[in-house]
Design a protein around this ligand. Sequence first.
Ligand SMILES: CCCCCC/C=C\CC(=O)SCCNC(=O)CCNC(=O)[C@H](O)C(C)(C)COP(=O)(O)OP(=O)(O)OC[C@H]1O[C@@H](n2cnc3c(N)ncnc32)[C@H](O)[C@@H]1OP(=O)(O)O
Length: 281
Amino acid sequence: MLRSQTKLFALGKRQLCRSMSKSCDLTLVEVDDKTGIATLTMNKPPVNSCNLEMMRALKDSMKQIEGNKSRGIILTSSNNKVFSSGLDLNELRNPEQERLVAFWKELQEMWLTLYLSNLPTAAAINGHALAVGCVMASACEYRVMLPGFTIGIHATKFGYVVPPFIVNSYLSVLPRPVVERALLQGKIFSTDEAQQINLIDEVANSKEEALSKCASFIGSFAEANPVARALTKRQLRAEFARTLLDEPEAELKESLEYITSPLFQDSLDAYLAKLKSKNKK
Ligand SMILES: CCCCCC/C=C\CC(=O)SCCNC(=O)CCNC(=O)[C@H](O)C(C)(C)COP(=O)(O)OP(=O)(O)OC[C@H]1O[C@@H](n2cnc3c(N)ncnc32)[C@H](O)[C@@H]1OP(=O)(O)O
């Protein structure tokens, strides 16, 4: 069951409403009784890398939140240094075909669920947001980041060709020339740089402040009719989601061919070795 890795709390009552797992809780959902805003916390140690189960838990939590008639979603991390380190690279290394298919489909579905959510969405970026970590933040409608961290899609630096829906995530936030340069350079932005180019909307000095700014953003839709808001959002975003809505299988096939190519696998080996060696020095 997808829900098995999600906990649902009611903050106002401070009590556990629903616990669906005795194993590791990859995501935590807290709903503020007063505001009706749900905080969705990524909770996969050590660095919130997105493996199959994590993306399933995220997608499932978002669907639960929508089903519970919350007023908005704030995405954040339980790790105060890392928002998300992106895709779990171990899922891409010498993958078993069936799992890789499930993994990539889950990435597509998780992104669509977040990008096209009926609810107002905001990211409280309380740590580094790299690659798909940045993609998730960009899929939200508003971003508040803490100082001293980094955000960006550096895929080209380690041999990834960026798929169109990930390009579109950036394009819905940044102007085309900025996207082109950032993606081709594999640019990682500091908090200050991200604010200068409007990749993030605000800087906050603590996680609490970031959550509060996100809640204010969500509160700004209080006067909007939720259905009209949701349908207008979908209309505005449909163009960028088109590839995945209309031809997910084609995107899947292309990505799978690339991921399993020797060119990609060799680059990944070298990148993973570099990442691991950092901790051995
Ligand atoms: C056709 C396919 C194309 C797809 C293109 C789409 C674009 C992007 C896809 C992705 O999202 S790929 C993921 C890219 N992410 C990264 O490169 C992040 C790498 N990680 C870091 O830079 C750092 O870990 C960090 C996030 C800044 C945190 O640093 P910190 O010092 O706190 O932690 P570490 O010691 O580095 O890491 C702890 C532990 O986790 C392992 N790890 C980190 N990130 C990943 C990851 N993304 N996947 C798997 N494992 C990861 C790291 O190696 C350490 O492991 P151990 O050494 O403890 O075994």
